[in-house]
Design a protein around this ligand. Sequence first.
Ligand code: ADP
Ligand code: TRP
Length: 321
Amino acid sequence: MRILSGIQPSGTLHLGNFFGMMQPAIALQEKGEAFYFIADYHSMTSLFDPAERRKNSLNVALDFLACGLDPAKSVFFKQSDVPEVTELAWLLSTLTPMSLLEKCHSFKDKSAKGLPVNHGLFAYPVLMAADILIYDSNIVPVGQDQKQHVEVTRDIAIKFNEAYGETFVIPEPQIRGETAKVPGLDGEKMSKSYGNTLEIFGEEKALRKKVMGIKMDSRTPEEPKPDADQNLAIQLLKLVAPAPVAGEFEARLRAGGLGYGDLKKGLFENYWNHFAEARKKRAELAANLDYVNGVLAAGAVKARALAQTVLKRARRASGLE
Ligand code: ADP
Ligand code: TRP
């Protein structure tokens, strides 16, 4: 079974990325042959600063390795080190109806907000389809918001197979129920673009300030809170704290007597501790960039070899060869 996923180097990674995509992806590396990449081509649709792209790409590599991606088990690489994927994207684009792309939220949301949209953003799901299909991927672990893109990939693969004969494996998205949508500091989906994130790695003081700044309602500490499970700090605690600890906070909030300040303090402590080991590992990796770059280079060699075989299959099927 082949597992594949990617993450854009478009900003600093946060708890939504971690629980929605990275943690499930890391768990899956035990279950099959995993391919994970830094989607730097995709980041070009929204980020136009080369230095920033370079810095973010390195940070994604450090974050992922620190959180447990094991290069002995997974193939880890940068998307643009396998340029074959852009050729496959072209082949696929000629079989992709415009109407399919017009429905995609990656494009629809931005154009609805009146933001400038480029062709790359419109064609984004086709490049993503090429990412998935070029490695004969079976399973694609992603957060809820990427499900539509995997469905588009399936549609395109089926069309190609119908037009040119069996060429591609049809992939399945894998979305983890309980963490499908991690809420941000404002209760909306946590996202780099909403400025409501808690970073996986960051400076202690700044992160504490963010947590302590979470807005709560004006009920007194003594008041029982039957809706404790709806509380944002409780929802985040359930992700970062051991289950009995989160359960105890929830019960105390429900019964009354736990102030919001103490709840947020508890959240910060558990959040900070959750990543303590990874933080240590990240510092070691950051002091050994040759190792990190070596991992990506070795990953690219393996990924590229597979991509070349699948691309050849598609070129033959479609009459280019
Ligand atoms: P962002 O919304 O911050 O730009 P990306 O779109 O780069 O995040 O998402 C990278 C991966 O992390 C995707 O698989 C996405 O589904 C997942 N992800 C992002 N935010 C969340 C969230 N709040 N909850 C769950 N998963 C998320
Ligand atoms: N679009 C994904 C995101 O923003 C990143 C991505 C690019 C991806 N190619 C992929 C994810 C292929 C899974 C499979 O999160």
